[in-house]
Design a protein around this ligand. Structure first.
Ligand code: SAM
Length: 374
């Protein structure tokens, strides 16, 4: 609970963010509008819309934060105008289409929290024709990074004083999107905006972008720094650029090179970016100057593949694992007549061999019923 509160306190207290959303709402919300607040957390953006004249709002969130939103709206006497829906935005259905979709899924790099796919799905299913969205477009920005601190983050698995058995994870670290908070001195090129993805209309699903960085000093080039520029409404923008004033102090991303290389002021470094719209995968290519080979990094190369990831690829007949078996037994007892206590008692009495630990079986029964029954 503490981390949930900390997370949402962080969004609400992020200096400048509420003001920017307020300006965008003022520009795009019309009196009496119906709003969908996607990934609403504790409901702050929908609440801002109600205060600005929306008739009602639907807040959708799959985390426990939605229960805090529900209680907040009830205490504020807004339950009849703010409906809380505990679900994924991809599964939620609304009783009516809305005039405005609002969300803050902008991530650190613009599209890395899945905003493109989330907005596209909500726009197609939940938004009235001609409806509006906040934000309207998002653009990733990159610059060269030369920073001992960042390089260390990408290389410490292979450091001499680290157990040798783990040095192989250096490859993973080089193909990972790291969190960073750059100072202007960490950068070694001017920033380049690689493109822009519209969120307020179909945009051809742009997912590949390229540009050229020009080194501003002689240094070691460690990788790419990334942040976003977001168009919230006509004339209203939001950025976390370390070079901009004003900005919101949201983290940046550091995308390391496989191998750092030296550059001189004026050198050109070609970069290309590809990303999946669900925010799951980013690939970045960096071509050093002087004909050195292109370096190709991707979060795909650091994905930890689990048996669950691999099951969909199998072409042999599948059977249930112990968790699936337990789930099937428990759900088969949900028949519209038995209570939770009766189902739990039955499982503990007749199926206590499902798990070796009875306390864990009891917890599992309660969790499964909580997820799948009503
Ligand atoms: C960045 S927070 C923003 C919270 C709130 N809108 C705000 O601005 O303070 C994102 C929230 O979206 C929720 N979320 C992420 N993906 C979601 C999805 N596909 N469906 C429903 N909720 C989602 C998370 O649980 C989290 O509470």
């Amino acid at each position: 609970m503490v981390s949930l509160l900390d997370e949402h306190h962080g969004y609400l207290s992020l200096a400048g963010r509420s003001e920017i959303y307020g300006q965008a709402i003022e520009a795009l919300l019309r009196p009496g509008d119906v709003v969908a607040d996607l990934g609403c957390g504790v409901g702050v953006l929908g609440l801002q819309c109600l205060q600005a004249g929306a008739a009602r709002a639907y807040g959708i969130d799959y985390s426990d934060a939605i229960e805090l939103a529900r209680e907040t709206m009830a205490r504020a006497g807004l339950s009849d105008r703010y409906t809380c829906i505990r679900n994924s935005t991809y599964r939620a259905q609304l009783p009516e289409q809305v005039d405005l979709i609002i969300c803050d899924h902008v991530g650190y790099f613009g599209f890395d929290y899945g905003i493109v796919e989330m907005m596209a799905d909500a726009r197609r299913r939940l938004l009235k024709p001609g409806g509006r969205t906040i934000p309207q477009a998002v653009a990733p920005v990159v610059a060269g990074v030369s920073s001992a601190e960042c390089l260390e983050q990408a290389s410490w698995w292979a450091e001499d004083d680290f157990p040798e058995e783990y040095h192989w994870l250096n490859t993973y670290a080089r193909n990972t999107k790291h969190t960073a908070m750059f100072k202007p001195d960490d950068l070694c090129s001017a920033p380049v905006t690689l493109g822009s993805v519209r969120l307020d209309r179909e945009d051809g699903e742009a997912s590949a972008m390229a540009g050229t960085l020009v080194a501003t000093r002689d240094c070691r080039f460690d990788g790419l720094g990334g942040w976003f520029e977001c168009e919230m409404a006509p004339g209203v923008t939001m950025t976390n650029s370390p070079l901009a004033e004003p900005r919101i102090d949201r983290n940046h991303v550091f995308l390391p090179c496989e191998q750092a290389f030296d550059v001189k002021a004026g050198d050109e470094i070609a970069v290309a970016l590809r990303f999946r719209h669900d925010g799951e995968m980013i690939a970045w290519d960096v071509t050093p100057p002087g004909g050195a080979p292109r370096q190709r990094m991707s979060t795909w190369k650091s994905k930890v593949l689990t048996p669950a990831d691999l099951v969909a690829e199998k072409d042999t007949p599948l059977s249930l694992n112990p968790t699936g078996t337990a789930r099937r037994v428990i759900l088969s007892l949900v028949d519209g007549m038995r209570s939770a206590a009766e189902i739990e008692a039955l499982v503990m009495e007749q199926h206590n061999d499902l798990f070796p630990n009875p306390a864990e079986l009891r917890r599992f029964v309660r969790r499964e019923l909580g997820h799948a029954a009503q």
